[in-house]
Design a protein around this ligand. Structure first.
Ligand code: SF4
Ligand code: FE
Length: 478
């Protein structure tokens, strides 16, 4: 297993094309826009090597019997699923930000299960290919991204009906030794600091859409692959002069998302795990989406632990922590947060074995959990802002705090409780600002799919007919 420093060195050996603000980033390990995201992923590598977290952050490979980082492991039991959630919460508590590696972890598990079922149904050999790929990922402790979301163009049209056929990733050529793919994947978390991309379809596909039914893996620096890194709220504060104002200087506020473009990229057959079997596109989407929705009562509750702590600490610093309404609001934040955790633990412990032998989280409960995250995290953030006060939006800059003339006025007039330095209050407020204003919250809404995607899966999974039968029986209707 790699540690954080070895992970950084491994990234330096890759040469992905990454663009940000009209310029190419030479090294994501050294560029201010991407350093926090590299740090957050590196934290995972370090925690796996830390005896305190080893039990959660490592597992035994069912393929080789070797100890591996849990993020490369295939779930062998409901205990593995529960440990995943506990691990995500533990890492979220350390980073206060998205640490990205779960997306590829979920892609590995989804492709593992679906490639097996596909081979059983069609007599293909995708699963065997995938096992070789998985072994390589485990042995080298690599971080693949999970690239699912296509740009989608006109949402009222299916992939094959779009005016521009590239708006969903598709196969444009089939050769003796592989395929050529074209298109893009949008909002891909951790993509610029991953080693590999695992690309999956994003929607159910019809018979006439075989070219869009494609799943494959490529290195991030494969010819024809490039990345356009997204802007984030206050990203111009990612600089040495804004170590306080950026809020969470070490780990940032989100996962670092990018548009990943595939411009006629060659993929050898041994890295192709679905090609043309359109009816297996939806099962892959459902498997991946459920795994990622399982996570959100893990990672987001870890982040909210930090936010609740920040709100309580700011109340201490401002002299409000003994007010009944502040205590009530903190209790409400804790209640909401633990409710989310309950959902993730429940869908994991109610998971089940799939035909491949690997375990899957309960899809109804996982979707309910993520749906709750789209609401409760906003409510937790709202309460944190309420407790903090309007100063959240009006604080002077770090430069003014440190200014030889103005600094003493910022010190004097932003001081609250006398014995606490003003800078401590400012640091807490900036952390709360980073965690509740802008891009960070949107991740709770749309990460792992938008709320309506959960609604659709909840309707599909809920067995309404069964509920109607229960009601008819008790109402005496035969
Ligand atoms: Fe992992 Fe959460 Fe980030 Fe998704 S949002 S990649 S589950 S930390
Ligand atoms: Fe996410």
């Amino acid at each position: 297993m790699m540690n954080g420093q070895q992970y950084r060195e491994s990234l330096r050996r890759l040469k992905p094309r990454v663009y940000f603000m009209g310029e190419q980033i030479e090294s994501v390990v050294d560029h201010p826009a991407t350093i926090p995201h590299v740090n957050a992923a590196a934290k995972i590598y370090d925690m796996a090597n830390d005896p305190q977290f080893e039990e959660l952050c490592t597992a035994t490979s069912h393929l080789t019997g070797q100890k591996v980082n849990r993020f490369t492991h295939i779930h062998q039991s409901t205990d593995d699923l529960v440990k995943k959630v506990k691990m995500l919460r533990a890492i979220g508590q350390q980073t206060g930000s998205c640490f990205q590696r779960c997306v590829g972890f979920d892609a590995l598990n989804a492709v593992y299960q679906v490639s097996y079922e596909l081979d059983q149904a069609k007599g293909t050999n995708y699963h065997q290919r995938f096992l070789e790929y998985l072994k390589m990922i485990q042995e080298r402790d690599l971080m693949p991204s999970g690239a699912m979301t296509d740009p989608k163009g006109d949402r009222s049209l299916s992939p094959s009906q779009q005016a521009d056929p590239d708006l969903y990733v598709r196969v444009v050529d089939r050769k003796g030794d592989g395929i050529v793919v074209r298109g893009a994947k949008a909002h891909i978390t951790g993509s610029v600091n991953s080693h590999e991309h695992i690309v999956m379809p994003t929607a159910a596909l019809g018979e006439g859409e075989k070219d869009y039914a494609v799943c494959f893996a490529v290195p991030v620096d494969a010819p024809g692959v490039f990345h356009i890194f997204g802007r984030q709220t206050n990203d111009d504060r990612k600089c040495a002069a804004c170590a306080i104002d950026v809020g969470n200087p070490e780990f940032g506020i989100v996962g670092g998302e990018a548009l990943v473009v595939f411009e006629d990229v060659f993929v050898p057959w041994e890295r192709v795990f679905l090609c043309g079997e359109a009816e297996f596109a939806y099962p892959l989407v459902e498997r991946f989406a459920t795994f990622h929705r399982q996570n959100y009562g893990g990672c987001k509750t870890g982040l909210a632990d930090v936010l609740i702590g920040a709100a309580a600490a700011v109340a201490d610093v401002q002299g409000t922590s003994r007010s009944a309404h502040i205590r009530e609001k903190i209790a409400e934040m804790i209640h909401l947060n633990e409710t989310l955790y309950c959902g993730s633990i429940a869908c994991s412990s109610q998971g089940y074995k799939t035909p491949s032998g690997a375990y899957f989280a309960d899809p109804l409960l996982a979707n309910v959990t993520k749906q709750n995250v789209t609401r409760f995290i906003y409510e937790i953030a709202r309460l944190a802002q309420d407790i903090t006060g309007g100063v959240l939006a009006t604080l002077p800059s770090e430069q003014d705090l440190k200014d030889p003339v103005l600094g003493k006025y910022v010190e004097k007039y932003f001081k609250a409780v006398a014995e606490v330095p003003t800078e401590h209050r400012i640091r807490l407020i900036r952390l709360i600002e980073a965690m509740t204003c802008g891009t960070a919250l949107v991740e709770s809404m749309h990460g792992a799919g938008s709320p309506q995607a959960m609604r659709i899966m909840i309707q599909r999974q809920a067995n309404l007919e069964h509920k109607k039968r229960l009601a008819r029986k008790l109402a005496g209707i035969s």
